[in-house]
Design a protein around this ligand. Structure first.
Ligand code: SF4
Length: 388
């Protein structure tokens, strides 16, 4: 049986590899294989999988990539992820990718999809639009059409039909993966000292480059290995961290929160793995089922339009209650409109519920962790003092 250290080393190597060697190797293993990259926040990976292709998450360049060309494509007062993603593209690190999907999250990503079309005119490029209206007969029909467009685009690329049965099988495979990711999150919420946030992050992140079946096995191996370890419990403060849904925090930031005395018991990192909150039925019309899951059973974070004012912030409050968190940390990328514009509304709801919070900003390449450690440490200490 593999031990925790081995599994985490592998996940960390995948995380650090900006040449995406694992996905390259997967593609090379059989002739005709294709890889479709996708940006945060959510794309229906089931359809890519059903086409026999590898969905590969492209989550920016992190803190190890020097952005040389990427800065020339964007003004300076926006977040870093589009610039580092351009850098990944123009430096050839994504030269094996057959297509890219850009989910509708903000203007920056929308513009990036247009730029990608100009930069790589021979690739399959899809700007993946999502409904802003959750009535089945309006937003639902719109979304089914959007899914059908993805299906047809990938059929053309694959040179074969994607049948309903292909889709149903892929839905079942992703249901299992979502259940396992949720199990990992549940384990962390119940006993955060057994599965540190930095390890959970690396394990979930590995799912961006591994085939889903292999990723599911990795989570199972990790949970099994952790069960055999005796890790000491600390008197840390339980926090939910929110705002991390697109540009990723440096791994050191997550580690710094833990070192400062916080247990992260929930977060909105790498939401594509947990966007859908329930199993998608693997019987019936697969596209309608995916649409239904998106409309009615998906995570209501700042990354998703919330039409009902009374519901605003309630997803976050429920997360705090469910995980018995004692506070919330708003950690958002600098210049991130979706996260920063929602923040005052969410803070208002937390205040009304008497839930303490702090807020700071980061960039994927932030290097200076001392201020964050001090802020989070003071927050954790003050919660402990108030509650005694
Ligand atoms: S970090 Fe925020 S502003 Fe930047 S691309 Fe992502 S969602 Fe858009």
């Amino acid at each position: 049986m593999v031990n925790v250290g081995e599994i985490i080393s592998r996940a960390e190597a995948l995380f650090e590899d900006l040449n995406f060697t694992a996905a390259r190797d997967w593609k090379k293993a059989e002739p005709g294989r294709k890889v479709i990259g996708y940006m945060p926040i959510y794309v229906p990976r089931e359809i890519i999988h059903a086409a026999g292709m590898l969905p590969m998450g492209v989550l920016g360049g992190g803190d190890q990539l020097e952005v040389i060309h990427g800065d020339a494509y964007y003004q300076s007062y926006i977040c870093r992820i589009p610039r580092s993603t351009v850098e990944l593209g123009v430096s050839g690190r994504l030269d094996f990718v057959d297509g890219m999907m850009f989910p509708s999250i903000c203007d920056v990503i929308r513009n990036l999809s247009g730029m990608w079309q100009l930069m790589f005119p021979d690739l399959y490029i899809k700007y993946f639009d999502v409904p802003q209206n959750y009535a089945d007969e309006i937003g639902g029909n719109f979304y089914v059409n959007e899914l059908q467009e993805v299906r047809e685009g990938l059929e053309k690329l694959a040179g074969r039909e994607i049948t309903d049965d292909d889709l149903r099988r892929s839905i079942a495979v992703y249901n299992e993966n979502r259940r396992l990711v949720q199990e990992l999150y549940d384990q962390r919420a119940a006993k955060p000292w057994t599965v540190p946030a930095s390890e959970v992050y690396l394990i979930v992140r590995a799912g961006m480059v591994l085939p889903v079946e292999e990723h599911s096995q990795m989570i199972q191996d990790y949970l099994g290995a952790v069960a055999g370890e005796d890790r000491p419990m600390k008197d840390n403060t339980r926090v939910v961290v929110t705002g991390l849904f697109c540009e990723q925090p440096p791994l050191n930031l997550i580690k710094s929160l833990e070192l400062s005395g916080c247990y992260v018991v929930d977060d909105d990192c790498i939401l594509v793995t947990r966007w859908l909150l329930e199993d998608v039925p693997s019987e019936g019309d697969p596209l309608r089922n995916l649409a239904d899951a998106f409309l009615h059973h998906s995570a209501a974070t700042a990354a998703k339009y919330e039409p009902d004012e009374k519901e605003k912030g309630q997803f976050l409050v429920r997360s705090v209650r469910r995980t018995r968190a004692e506070g919330v940390i708003f950690a958002s990328p600098s210049f991130c409109d979706p996260a920063l514009l929602d923040r005052p509304m969410l803070q208002h709801v937390l205040k009304a519920e008497n839930i303490p919070y702090i807020a700071f900003k980061f960039a994927e390449n932030s290097g200076q962790m001392q201020p964050i450690r001090e802020q989070a440490g003071t927050f954790a200490d003050s919660i402990k003092l108030w509650s005694e």
